[in-house]
Design a protein around this ligand. Structure first.
Ligand SMILES: C[S@@+](CC[C@H](N)C(=O)[O-])C[C@H]1O[C@@H](n2cnc3c(N)ncnc32)[C@H](O)[C@@H]1O
Length: 273
């Protein structure tokens, strides 16, 4: 995995007993309970997935299995499939035990080439992973290929806005500094500046349909205060102990709070073939 320091994320999260490697969601006044907020984000994703007993569910960019673990806890007779290119995360995910009558499998694979047959999946999930994918278009094509008629793709993603596109056309020094820190810390991010088509354009081109679009930018913003110490957030406290990951997270907080990136939840369906 180029860039992303997922080993340090995994060890930090496992120490805290948390399997969620994504932002949290706050419905009310922000507090510091990140695991509860991450559970709310997973709950939002899973409610849009409209899961039922007996479904086949694939989670692309599954991390250490947090979202599938929640689906496994609530539903029975499921076939749950986690897909990730990082073998180390899959080893940790494989600790999750399927409920009696359900099955969980973990596959090494990438979003651009899902190790699944055509028309075999009821729900494709992807939580906060698409900004890492080489191509969102290729992932969408794959997700629509594996979905059964009427099936759903439910994803959250961090997407660049028009302001980010404008920033990317700005002074070379700023562009280089932002790109360099993002790629080295939380990358790979193949489309930092939003030069590729956005989700609605991609979905229309792929013959899919957006059933639901939710902007979670404001409701996820309190996550960063949980990821970073107060000193780091104030711009101090880096010296000697600041990890590259923390610096990247701090930059992402700024980009999100200033409207350069948005956090979106999308529900997409495939049209009849
Ligand atoms: C921010 S983490 C989110 C993990 C998980 N979905 C969660 O919410 O806990 C992003 C995940 O995307 C995975 N990823 C990166 N590139 C990928 C690719 N090309 N295809 C599939 N997954 C990828 C990473 O290994 C990582 O597990």
């Amino acid at each position: 995995m180029p860039g992303a320091d997922y080993f340090s994320i995994i060890s930090d999260f496992l120490v805290s007993g948390n399997r969620s490697m994504h932002l949290g969601l706050w419905d009310g006044p922000p507090d510091d309970d990140l695991p509860a907020a991450q559970a709310r984000l997973d709950a939002a994703v899973l409610s849009h997935a409209a899961l039922r007993s007996g479904m086949v569910v694939a989670d692309v960019g599954c991390g250490v299995g947090g979202t599938l673990a929640r689906a496994n806890a609530v539903h029975s007779q499921m076939r749950l499939i986690g897909i990730n290119p990082d073998a180390a995360q899959l080893v940790v995910a494989a600790e999750i035990r399927a409920q009696p009558g359900s099955e969980i499998r973990w596959h090494h694979g990438t979003a651009a080439r899902l190790p699944l047959k055509d028309d075999t999946v009821d729900v494709v999930l992807s939580v906060e992973a698409a900004f890492h994918f080489d191509s969102r278009a290729a992932f969408l094509t794959e997700a629509l290929r594996v979905l059964r008629p009427g099936g759903r793709l439910v994803l959250t993603d961090i997407v660049p806005t028009d302001a980010m596109r404008a920033l990317g056309a700005g002074p070379a020094g700023v562009v280089l500094a932002v790109e360099s820190l993002l790629q080295r810390s939380i990358g790979p991010i193949p489309d930092v500046w939003g030069l590729c088509p956005d989700w609605s354009t991609l979905v229309a081109a792929a013959g899919g349909r957006v059933l639901h679009h939710r902007d979670l930018t404001t409701q996820t913003l309190p996550s960063y205060r949980c990821f970073l110490t107060p000193a780091q957030r104030a711009g101090a406290g880096w010296a000697g102990r600041g990890r590259l990951m923390d610096e990247g997270v701090s930059l992402l907080e700024w980009l999100q709070s200033e409207g350069y990136v948005q956090v979106v939840l999308l529900v997409i369906t495939r049209s009849m073939r």
